[in-house]
Design a protein around this ligand. Sequence first.
Ligand code: GLY
Length: 426
Amino acid sequence: MKILVVGNGAREHAMAKTLAKSKHCPELFFYMEIANPGLVRLASDYAIGKLTDLQQLSLYALRIAPDLVIVGPENPLAAGAVDALSARGFNCIGPTLEQARIESDKAFMREFMKRYIRRGYPDWTIVTTLKQLHERLVQNHNVAIKPIGLTGGKGVKVYGRQLNSLEEALNYGAELLRKDGKVLIEEQLIGEEFSFMVFTDGKKVVPMPLVQDYKYAFENDTGPMTGGMGSFSCADHMLPFISRKDYETAYDIVADVILHLGRVTGLPYKGVLYGQFMQTEKGPQIIEFNARFGDPEAINVLSLLTTDFVDICLSIVDGTLIDSITFEKKATVCKYVVPVGYPTAPLIDSPFKLPVFQFSGLDIDLFFANVYEKGGTLYTTASRAIAFLAKAETVIAAKEKLDTFLSSWCPENLFYRRDIPKLFNE
Ligand code: GLY
């Protein structure tokens, strides 16, 4: 069996390692923007190209003729990678361009939720003129200001965090208006965030363990937003601040979105849908949807997956999703190490070595993200470098295991957040 994975981050490295464990022993192929050293080691072959260059991607797929294609990141999904590959007869895991708008177009997402889901979201307004922007913010500027399109998790600015005056809010809103012609202004949600990811074939919806992701660059949730600095999950697959009722509320919202996306687009949604929720006083509220696995959340859940990942993918494609997907009952903690200066002024092309021997006995796994290898040395790029994952019976034990390793290894040109995760009572 041949499987082509599109993407080159730590999420795709986690997917590839999980695929490689399958009883089907698939040959793995990758279409990447930069050669991820972890993926290169697992590859029967790979191609380098822009992830949104559908012509080059299609040509590569035609050359290797995969039985299955899995699209990892949001940008190729939003560009229509699944449409292009399906049109050429390939079986794909991932939504079509129209379905992926649930992530790539926040105005579409809010209007879709208002029309079909009718619950589980904050007050929101889409403004299209400076006058509307001014009126909305003068009325109340305690809001989240969000770009409509994809920004790799770095575009949202929240009053009281990244925006500290009405003037700053107006300036940021105006900047987005100039760029996109519209901007989303939302009521600021207060609470704990959580990631609820599910597998779906468009009919069945099978949940994965809940995960909490930490998006701020610096300790105590300060500094700029990033793609995610780390994440954790608990041994019972829940989170300490989520009740069974909240869990069911969140599941029902995600399942309803899948159902309606299928109806509206006329095609079953096949792949992963990820609801990013805020657990508020009013219950779970949707911050946004992602039409794919989260990064780093994929690393937590795939490291626990005990059902054959290839079987899951095949059942998604066939429309017969396995409903007894199982995960190890262990806690996980994942942390990214990133270049000093990340995300605003990252130290790029900076060399570092990975002392594999130091963690080989520690039961810690690593996933290459945006680094490149030259002459046996790894080099940083502008983005996150390496993700590390520890598993244990409890979150505290997993955190301790990971922190012990990272504090002895992390070189000076990289950093990580020691305070991930915040410790709740387990
Ligand atoms: N962890 C956030 C994301 O994958 O978008």
